[in-house]
Write a protein that binds this ligand. Sequence first.
Ligand SMILES: [Zn+2]
Length: 275
Amino acid sequence: MLRRFSVAFLVAVLIAGCATSPTGRTQLMLVSESQAIAASRQAYLQEMDKYKREGKLVTDPAVLNRVRMITERLVAQAVQMRPDSRNWQWTVEVIDDPKNVNAWCMAGGRMAIYTGLLMKIDPTDDELAQVMGHEIAHALANHTAERMSTAMATQVGVIAAGVLSDKPAQTMAMAAVAAQLAVNLPNSRSQESEADRIGIELAARAGFNPHAAVTLWQKMAAYGGGKNPPQFLSTHPSDAARQQALAALVNKMMPYYQAPGPRPTFPVRVGAAAV
Ligand SMILES: [Zn+2]
């Protein structure tokens, strides 16, 4: 009987928890975006504190300045596209983990990039802008809350404690676990095409060559052909159809890329550690 109640309860939550993405797609939403942002903040601080204690936060000014130059131009476009994201805590850390070919952006604009991606993929600035633009797009499209919801729906313990608990601190701790799980969950194909379309536009408007979206994924695929596919490909499933879809977007993006004038920047905390 308890089991039947639980299923009915879950179904009710699932129905109540559907929302619509920027491209009109139905999303499963068990947590609001503001809850996702709060939980992501906690998860980010915990993760970065751990890396800091292990001495794994990169402090090399050359690396940090490169990442700053690229992300500050992308974020200036992100806040144009979604004005409320002006109030996010835009932050990026570079994590010294040469084996991890990965990058992500949580709800609320907290980002990370791993040295493995810089070393193994060796991206140009235009290609690195495509990586970070794609990750920022996931956050702008509220995919973090969607993936947290998936984590909660598939992790019974998390949902039981997180949705049913009347203790806010415990709920928050569980939500932070879900936020961390969400970073490592594969994106769905529809989330990927949304992030591709939004990301290539952010990058083009920020003055980065849209052709780099195609060459980036070619490099990823070539590297992924080895025995150990990069983490980035396991969380961002890729195939030939994706590369064709990106290639088809390139010409549409060229006018943004070729528009004259300096590109605006928006302040991003880079290498700031626990904030
Ligand atoms: Zn993605």
